[in-house]
Design a protein around this ligand. Structure first.
Ligand code: GLN
Length: 481
């Protein structure tokens, strides 16, 4: 049986098929790890053993009957707490949804379960996915699995820590401005943000609807490909999900990468980048060149405006999306003598400081008199940033950059300076605004032993190519180590 921290989907399936282990045992093993490690990591907010063992028994019966196993048979899976799970607490890391149990499953959860995966529970995150460190979490911060005095990144920090510490073999995160890729980078695991529209958002509790995406966080690029293959595709319950055919991502992983043009945008290697990060990313690019990729220098001149644009659009959409938490329909209600008082008390008590800051920023940007100056302007700049990507993909097949300018930072180090926290999203928000897919793949550690991520962007619906290069890099890198 595979007991080491880095378990993969293929290893789990092989163990099950060879009857080395039962799904029940696998699930029990995951829960034992969680019991041991979670008090320290705070990666899980809720566990769903009843549902997990029911699914485990279903898989074990298939094994007993000698049936063909589904692609994700027995996969111990963690789900970020912004994705709806029927009957299982879904809080978005917020007091305002404390004890909320949705009556339905998110499409991606439903699809993963149908493919044989076992939902272990829900993972901690920044409140409503607003943050880059998992410290804006109402139920306490997540701790980094590698360096316990540091953050795991965010907002999908619980999912990243759970996978990095081997509590789950894979996890779902969500990415609005970097929340899958950045914690993946900081925790040293592959993490994929698919193209906007590639994966259904049905059941993803909205932060910023034009940016929100669901993505896999795994121990290998091949596992990310396998998960994407299951969750991708049109869903009639999400009008923004695209009717674009889903390729066999796993089958395409081994395509040759020699001759691919990899674009290196100048703007992603400027000031503010940690020296250790720069060194690892430069070394990774050199490794890709050794694999036969051709380095192309790029200019993406609107990159500088991406942070401002992102924080206008994301907060504007958030202020509108979060209006629904009024104490009437969901979660927390703090009574008061008047209706307005009840709204005020409920929202004042239920939301944390960062969420309130964003609702205020977003409301301001959308208000009469400021709409043109801020929101509309941001939409125009968003189009320019997307154009940078379109033009870059005329010269290059893929774009490579660092995922985060810094490795995992210390808990509390940035909590008093929201602007510094926002600025660290500089390399991820561009691709979010442009709607393109991007992966973060581990490319070694800094001299302090902190993981660094290489980010690979591809054109719209170019996940197969993104995964292919990430996979080739992962293999070359592993053979080096
Ligand atoms: N760090 C970014 C923010 O705070 C991105 C968060 C996300 O992708 N959900 O908005």
């Amino acid at each position: 049986m595979t007991t080491e921290a880095k378990r993969t989907i293929a290893a789990v399936r092989a163990d099950l098929a060879a009857k080395e282990v039962s799904t029940r045992e696998l699930v029990a093993d995951s829960y034992a790890r969680i019991e041991r490690e979670n008090p320290r990591l705070n990666a899980f907010l809720a566990l769903s053993p009843e549902r997990a063992y029911e699914q485990a028994d279903r898989i074990d019966q298939m094994v007993a009957r000698g049936e063909d196993l589904p692609p994700l048979a027995g996969l111990p899976l963690a789900i970020k707490d912004v994705l709806a799970t029927r009957g299982i607490p879904t809080t978005c890391g917020s007091r305002i949804l404390e004890n909320y149990r949705p009556p339905y499953d998110a499409t991606c959860v439903e699809r993963l379960e149908s493919a044989g995966a076992v939902v272990l529970g829900k993972t901690n995150c920044d409140e409503f996915a607003m943050g880059s460190s998992s410290e804006n979490a109402a139920y306490g911060p997540v701790r980094d699995a590698v360096a316990p005095d540091r953050v795991p990144g965010g907002s999908s920090g619980g999912s990243a820590a759970a996978v990095a510490a081997g509590l789950a073999v894979a996890a779902l995160g969500t990415d609005t401005g970097g929340s899958v890729r950045q914690p993946g980078a900081l925790c040293g695991i592959p993490a994929l943000m698919p193209t906007y529209g590639r994966v259904s958002r049905y059941g993803l509790i909205a932060f910023a609807s034009s940016l929100d995406r669901v993505g896999p966080m795994t121990t290998s690029v091949a596992d990310a490909a396998a998960l994407l293959g299951v969750i991708a595709g049109r869903d009639p319950r999400d009008a923004t999900s695209a009717a674009v055919p889903v390729p066999d991502y796993v089958a395409e992983l081994d395509k040759p990468v020699s001759g691919l043009r990899i674009g290196v945008p100048r703007e992603y290697f400027g000031e503010g980048m940690d020296a250790g990060v720069r060194e690892r990313v430069e070394a990774a690019i050199a490794r890709l060149e050794q694999l036969g990729c051709r380095r192309v220098e790029l200019e993406m001149p609107n990159t500088d405006y991406a942070i401002a644009t992102y924080y206008l659009i994301a907060t504007a959409e958030a202020s509108s999306n979060l209006a629904r938490y009024d104490g009437v329909r969901y979660g927390l209600r703090v009574p008061s003598d008047t209706l307005a008082g009840m709204y005020r008390e409920t929202r004042g008590t239920g939301f944390g400081a960062e969420v309130k800051r964003r609702i205020m920023l977003g409301t301001y940007a959308l208000s009469a008199g400021y709409y043109e100056a801020y929101y509309l302007k941001a939409q125009k700049v968003r189009a320019l940033i997307a154009r940078d990507f379109h033009q870059a993909f005329e010269k290059a097949d893929l774009i490579v950059t660092p995922t985060s300018p810094v490795p995992a930072f210390r808990l509390g180090e940035r909590t008093t300076d929201p602007l510094a926290m926002y600025l660290a999203d500089i390399y991820t928000v561009t691709g979010s605004l442009a709607g393109v897919p991007g992966i973060s793949v581990p490319c070694g550690n800094t001299s302090e032993g902190l993981p660094v991520g290489l980010q690979i962007f591809g054109p719209h619906f170019g996940e197969a190519l993104v995964l292919c290069l990430a996979h080739a890099f992962e293999r070359a890198f592993a053979s080096e180590a």
